[in-house]
Write a protein that binds this ligand. Structure first.
Ligand code: 73E
Length: 775
């Protein structure tokens, strides 16, 4: 046995009094994880020298850690051999729930960044919240989403180390709590660098009131404890929207203050009260506006504990912080009511006022009289994005088009004031998890041809390009795709009890449910194909399996209606013997990181169909690309950069562009399209003519109205589904037709993979490190 294998056996014996053949999955998982943690402990504890970057984020969607950590430590093979030799399925850990401390792209991006930084030797600390319950678990009852708490701790938390000695006190207007840190190692590929993700847990200062207990007031006696723990109890399930709730503000200040206090104390311990080097010692990146209250918090620390005047404190703050914007959706731009902010954070509010005063002076000096679009405090609200732009040295968007939209249409007044602050950092994803781990067959295929340098130097993928011309490579690629479809079918059968037709084209849309992402457009187009086949309009059609995966925010009424609608479409199609050999529609339940790792490698077509100008970047588009799926998408977010690099002729791009929408936005008339285009009318009418039922909820009628009539808060069809409908159907049918020549299709897939080099988060992190953090 190898030393690591011995360590696992020893852990099982010492901690669980058991052995390989007898241990439960949970025991095995914990023993392997703890043994692995020990192998990198010394590297982890080495103090960082030089400047440290800190990534503050309300979400870190790390996913299941065991496989990625073993891969990065070079221990994956040894572990699997040990399991196999003991007669244990090496896939046992698939049953271990991955922790879901994030909603979607923003949280998963943070996790990819940590992996990339550790791999490239960039000292990057993550700071966030250790939610007791992550994003809810989803299942369907009669096609409707039901939510259940995600109790991720039931599997244990072997990768975290609690640090009681480093807890810090957090003061709110109405309560004080402890923030207790739990540290996780972030292991770089090759194990040379181990960074830290520190997640804060809220706990009561006094867990218990004995007097109240003695008076038999049992509930009252634990009130403080419950109120404290509520702060880190649940992740807000909204993606791309702002909840605006008191508890959410508490969460934000809770982790911001805990993180800044720690950084501040560490600096002072080393440098005393000379703060001149603070910004050369720490760079702090704000992941969206969620941690923006860190800005007045650092001002507070510098002025109260550091005894600095406001102006020098402000200079340090500005040099230290940088801000990433992830969305321009109006409903996501955070604003706090003044009275709420004052009551929750009375000690912080004065520093917001100081910031506002400095801004006011600056605007006067610059002769800007119309200040309502600049004021941090305006009409009884505190505007967090404004604060983040004003008090930092860098504001970045997450794809080229997104950054241009920020500069030219979302926040042009700020761009006019500080043009030098604005920059782009196109997102990326880690190829370790999203290719090497989730698609080992394709990874081996690539390594056979160009060596394994791509695992840490993704630009090398370019060397794969000549193999697109190689018939044997194309054939092998198709075989791998088929293998991944078969594996997905097994997994899906176990999880969802669906039987997949693995000879079909796999056309997949997986992402949070949101109107702007247009899952409803996808469903309309499926219905159009369904009717087309039944009516004989579509004669040749390569059998296709359409797959959806998406969670709706529990309070998002329309999103839930769209889920029900797609499930109804699935029933209609799947039970219709005229068409179900040609098409299959599946909505997987509880789509999450683990499911993504199975779905994405099996895809032929990647659905990226948001209304132009709405999806800031998207990141699943990159994961699909590196796994050899072709993009069926709009000119939006990072899709644009993806097809520019891989060739438009090797993807399927359709629909109105931002500039087209700009021109028609005032005259757009979806009712006209509905009246004039029978195919549009036919699919729209399924919402109201009884073809499909919403179970008496009124959901479908409301969706129908939202498109044709609009609502009090928006114009009719504000995401232009009907405008893009026919072009989308055409592009989709073209892709379907092209698939008939599988060899030619495979060539396009290989060209996409070969062009995926820029979409690694290694590149993104390099750019943050060089251009923003200077580490
Ligand atoms: O386009 C994605 C982007 O790829 C964007 O919608 C997402 O961030 C991804 C990573 O950059 C995003 N999430 C949020 N805002 N933008 C968000 C907002 C509030 C709460 C939770 C998430």
């Amino acid at each position: 046995m190898q030393p690591f294998q011995e360590a696992i056996v020893k852990k099982l014996k010492e901690e669980y009094h058991t052995e390989l053949g007898k241990a439960t999955t949970k025991q095995l998982y914990n023993a392997v994880s703890k043994a692995a943690l020990e192998t990198c402990w010394d590297t982890w504890q080495k103090p960082v020298t030089g400047k440290t970057a800190c990534y503050l984020s309300a979400e870190f969607l790390v996913g299941r850690l065991i496989h990625s950590n073993l891969l990065n430590l070079g221990l994956l093979g040894e572990t699997e051999n040990l399991l196999k030799d003991a007669g244990i399925n090496p896939n046992v850990f698939e049953d271990v729930e991955d922790d879901a401390l994030g909603n979607g792209g923003l949280g998963r991006l943070a996790a990819c960044f940590l992996d990339s930084a550790a791999t490239q030797g960039v000292p990057l600390m993550g700071y966030g919240i250790r939610y007791r319950y992550g994003l809810f678990k989803q299942h369907f009852a009669y096609g409707c989403q039901q939510e259940e708490a995600d109790d991720w701790l039931s599997w244990g938390d072997p990768w975290s180390v609690r640090r009681d000695d480093e807890k810090v006190r957090i003061n709110f207007g109405d309560q004080s709590v402890w923030a207790v840190p739990y540290d996780m190692p972030i292991i770089g590929y090759g194990g040379k660098m181990v960074n830290t993700l520190r997640l804060w847990q809220a706990e009561a200062i006094a867990p218990f009131d004995f007097n109240l207990f003695n008076e038999q007031k049992y509930n009252d006696s634990v009130q403080q404890k419950n109120d404290a723990e509520a702060i880190s109890a649940v992740l807000y399930p909204n993606d791309d929207t702002d909840a605006g709730k008191r508890l959410r503000l508490k969460q934000q200040y809770f982790f911001s203050s805990a993180s800044l206090q720690t950084i501040f104390a560490a600096y002072t311990a080393k440098n005393g009260t000379d703060y001149s080097k603070f910004a050369d010692t720490y760079a702090v990146q704000l992941n969206d506006t969620h941690p923006t209250v860190s800005i007045p918090e650092l001002l507070r620390l510098l002025m109260t504990q550091g005894h600095l005047e406001f102006e020098p404190a402000f200079q340090i703050v500005q040099k230290t912080f940088a801000y990433t914007n992830h969305t321009i959706m109006a409903e996501a731009l955070e604003k706090w009511s003044l009275s709420l902010f004052q009551s929750v954070l009375p000690e912080v509010y004065p520093y917001v006022v100081l910031l506002q005063n400095r801004l006011s002076n600056e605007l006067v000096k610059k002769n800007i009289a119309e200040t309502s679009k600049y004021n941090l405090i305006q009409d009884g609200m505190i505007h967090m994005a404004r604060m983040a732009i004003y008090a930092t040295h860098s504001t970045n968007g997450v794809a080229k088009i997104h950054t241009e939209i920020i500069k030219n249409s979302a926040l042009p007044e700020w761009y006019a004031l500080y043009p030098e602050r604005f920059n782009n950092k196109t997102n990326g994803v880690t190829q370790r998890r999203w290719l090497a781990l989730c698609n080992r067959e394709l990874a081996a295929f690539i390594t056979d041809r160009i060596g394994n340098g791509w695992i840490t130097d993704f630009a090398q993928l370019e060397k794969l390009k000549p193999y697109a011309e190689d018939a044997a490579s194309r054939k092998q690629f198709l075989q791998i795709k088929r293998t991944k479809k078969d594996q997905l079918a097994d997994y899906m059968y176990r999880k969802d009890n669906f039987g997949l037709n693995t000879g079909n084209i796999f056309d997949i849309q997986v992402k949070r449910l949101h109107e702007y992402k247009r899952q409803l457009l996808n469903a309309f187009s499926i219905l159009d194909i369904y009717f087309g086949i039944k009516d004989g309009r579509i004669k040749e059609f390569n059998p296709t399996t359409f797959i959806f995966g998406a969670k709706a925010a529990p309070g998002y009424y329309r999103a839930k209606g769209i889920i029900k609608f797609i499930n109804e479409v699935a029933n209609l199609v799947n039970y219709d013997n005229d068409v179900n050999r040609k098409m299959q529609v599946i909505f997987v339940s509880n789509y999450n990181v683990s499911y993504a790792e199975k779905l994405i490698p099996a895809a032929d077509l990647s659905e990226q169909i948001s209304t132009a100008g709405t999806e800031a970047s998207g990141t699943s588009n990159m994961k699909f690309m590196m796994n050899g799926a072709l993009t069926l998408g709009t000119y939006d977010g990072a899709n644009i950069e993806i097809v520019q690099n891989a060739g438009e002729e090797n993807n399927y791009i359709f629909g109105a562009r931002v500039e087209d929408l700009e021109k028609i936005k005032d005259s757009y008339d979806p009712k006209k399209l509905y009246a004039e285009q029978p195919r549009i009318k036919r699919v729209m009418d399924t919402l109201i003519d009884g073809t499909l039922t919403d179970g008496g909820t009124g959901w479908f009628q409301e969706l129908y109205n939202s498109i044709l009539e609009g609502a009090s808060w928006h114009k009719p069809d504000n995401y232009y589904l009907l405008l893009d409908f026919l072009p989308y159907c055409d592009a989709r049918l073209q892709a379907n037709k092209d698939y008939a020549d599988q060899d030619a299709f495979a060539k396009k897939c290989l060209l996409n993979i070969a062009a995926a080099g820029p979409f690694t988060s290694d590149r993104t992190i390099q750019q943050y490190a060089e251009e923003i953090w200077h580490v």
